[in-house]
Design a protein around this ligand. Structure first.
Ligand SMILES: NC(=O)c1ccc[n+]([C@@H]2O[C@H](COP(=O)([O-])OP(=O)(O)OC[C@H]3O[C@@H](n4cnc5c(N)ncnc54)[C@H](OP(=O)(O)O)[C@@H]3O)[C@@H](O)[C@H]2O)c1
Length: 321
């Protein structure tokens, strides 16, 4: 587990020291990191696999929460995917996420759960939001059309959490993580995000002794990447120390170009061939960087340098067979 660089010992705590916490989605990239972190901090982490409890089933989810009565719920279960999956299955991305959120947030409140953290995403901010993106940019402009259904479901979750705060005084909060990576990431080239996809492509190019590798776009768009262990540490801080209406951005506060990222990954994977860019392919938004001053104001800062995080994620993937 990453050492936290956070000092919030004197901050008010909205979470008991040895809390019982249901982490929904504990097998995923985000949920597994949060479960590791919370268990490492001495909390009792409660989990259910999808086979044991389908969170779209509101009645069963409410019964489970009423039986277990956790002190807190972290909602890291969601239908998640890349551009291709989002544009092919918008119905599932909209409906499954709405169903999960309705079940879990309403079920938690009905069961008297006092604390809940909902995970949104930086990709639900308006497509042309001013950079770096502050939390108040939410709902100020048109969304990225390729993931509109997913984004609207997630925005509904944020409004749902805010409504429980307003109407019932519930200490429920939302976070907006940037692009994440780390152990547990998806390396399937059909559905993966850019960072694990590049790791895999460079690794395979080296193994095959290829002398050149062509990547999509110009390499100039700038993106931000955060290791999931840092995200998990930030979520633990928010559970303890934050109780506000606005969501809180979670990012490292620094971006780099896709070309710089590719060069870093080439080094880590020891790919020595040439790198070409197919500029006939689309680049996407020129820049996506979160303003993380609200979070750093709570005393958190990231601990995993990008190069180290890439190296350990690459090492983890190579153990997966
Ligand atoms: N990955 C990122 O870069 C990123 C960035 C920003 C925000 N986030 C947010 O973080 C959250 C988790 O993302 P992730 O990357 O960890 O996704 P993930 O790896 O796909 O994990 C999602 C988890 O949700 C579970 N799940 C999905 N539908 C379920 C259902 N009906 N019932 C029970 N469990 C269900 C999955 O269970 P199975 O294992 O059984 O499929 C899986 O464990 C999402 O809300 C996402 O928006 C992620």
């Amino acid at each position: 587990m990453t050492e936290s660089t956070t000092d919030v010992t004197r901050a008010p705590s909205y979470l008991p020291d040895r809390a019982r916490i249901f982490v929904a989605g504990h097998r995923g990239l985000v949920g597994s990191a949060i479960a590791r972190r919370l268990a490492g901090e001495g909390h009792e982490v409660i989990t259910r696999s999808r086979a044991e409890l389908d969170l779209r089933d509101a009645a069963r989810t409410a019964a489970f929460l009423a039986d277990t009565r956790p002190d807190a719920v972290v909602l890291a279960a969601a239908k998640v995917g890349g551009i291709m999956a989002n544009s092919t299955y918008p119905v599932q991305f909209l409906e499954e996420n709405l169903q999960i959120q309705l079940s879990v947030v309403a079920g938690a409140h009905a069961a008297g759960v006092g604390r809940l953290l909902f995970l949104g995403s930086s990709c639900i901010y308006p497509r042309l939001a001013l950079q770096p993106i502050t939390e108040d940019a939410l709902l100020t402009g048109p969304l990225e059309p390729t993931n509109e259904a997913y984004a609207l479901a997630k925005i509904a979750g944020i409004v749902q959490v805010r409504s429980y705060r307003k109407q019932y005084g519930a200490a429920y909060i939302s976070a907006m993580p940037t692009n994440l990576y780390g152990p547990g990431d998806n390396f399937d080239l059909e559905t993966s995000h850019v960072l694990p996809a590049l790791i895999r492509r460079f690794h395979e190019a080296r193994e095959e002794g290829r002398e050149e590798l062509t990547l999509w776009g110009s390499g100039t768009p700038r993106r931000e990447f955060l290791h999931v262990d840092d995200l998990a540490a930030a979520c633990a801080v928010l559970l303890r120390s934050y109780d506000g209406d606005e969501p809180v951005n979670i990012g490292c506060g620094e971006d780099l170009s896709i070309r710089e990222l590719a060069e870093m990954i080439a080094e880590v994977t020891r790919y020595r061939g040439r790198l070409d860019w197919d500029t006939s392919k689309p680049d996407g938004t020129p820049r996506k960087l979160l303003d993380v001053s609200r979070l750093t104001g709570l005393g958190w800062k990231p601990a995993v340098p990008l190069r180290d995080g890439i190296a350990s994620t690459y090492a983890w993937w190579r153990t997966q067979g």
